[in-house]
Write a protein that binds this ligand. Structure first.
Ligand code: MN
Length: 209
């Protein structure tokens, strides 16, 4: 891990870090939680990365219900927040911290619309093909609950999950434009907040027969 470009913080972003990230056109975001059910499993860590590669991990306290500076950044209308499978992270940020993330770019949706020649749309496969980098996902299913005692391996994993998203967005956007699917992708991103509201209110099946 390039430690000089990595910052660990607690409860909320320090003012200087918020100011730094507010300058960016886009910010890569990922979260680590105790599990895959946002209403059951708490949010432990939020990782961020700006276009210069300045990466941070924000440790949240158990029961913490707000992070005002993170909220300001996540809701800034002039900054695109890039996620891989935004649907999950948006639900966690909304449910636990009352954050309505917007605008959003999801590399998983973009990959599904652009890379129709494959069925592999996980972050590892995407980074492998478009960045020629092998991601180590071995810490993915580890215990993120004891945030003050996260291992070096866990922090390196957490940082790597946001490090390539900005580059992936550029490459996927180029592919989407080439295939004239960019507007469709944009429409999908725009409806994510509605989809997340439905998920959180357990209306996951309204589009089904
Ligand atoms: Mn992750």
């Amino acid at each position: 891990m390039a430690l000089e470009k990595f910052e660990l913080c607690d409860r909320d972003l320090p003012k200087a870090l918020l100011d730094r990230y507010l300058q960016a056109e886009a910010i890569a975001v990922d979260t680590e939680t105790l599990g895959l059910n946002p209403r059951r499993d708490r949010l432990c860590l939020v990782q961020l990365c700006d276009p210069e590669g300045y990466t941070s991990a924000l440790r949240l306290e158990k029961g913490q219900a707000a992070a005002p500076r993170l909220k300001q950044l996540m809701e800034a209308q002039n900054i695109t927040k890039i996620f891989h499978f935004a649907r999950f992270d948006l639900a966690a940020l909304n449910y636990h911290l009352g954050i309505q993330v917007n605008p959003v770019f999801c590399t998983k949706i973009a990959s599904k619309l652009a890379r129709t020649y494959t069925g592999s749309h996980g972050l590892k496969a995407l980074v492998q093909e478009l960045e020629q980098i092998e991601l180590d996902k071995s810490a993915q299913s580890s215990d993120w609950g004891n945030v003050m005692a996260l291992s070096e391996t866990q922090l390196a994993y957490a940082a790597n999950d946001v490090r390539y998203l900005i580059s992936l967005r550029q490459k996927l956007t180029t592919m989407l434009e080439r295939e004239e699917r960019w507007e469709l992708a944009q429409s999908c991103f725009d409806c994510l907040p509605t989809l997340v509201d439905l998920d959180l209110q357990q209306f996951g099946n309204v589009f089904e027969h």
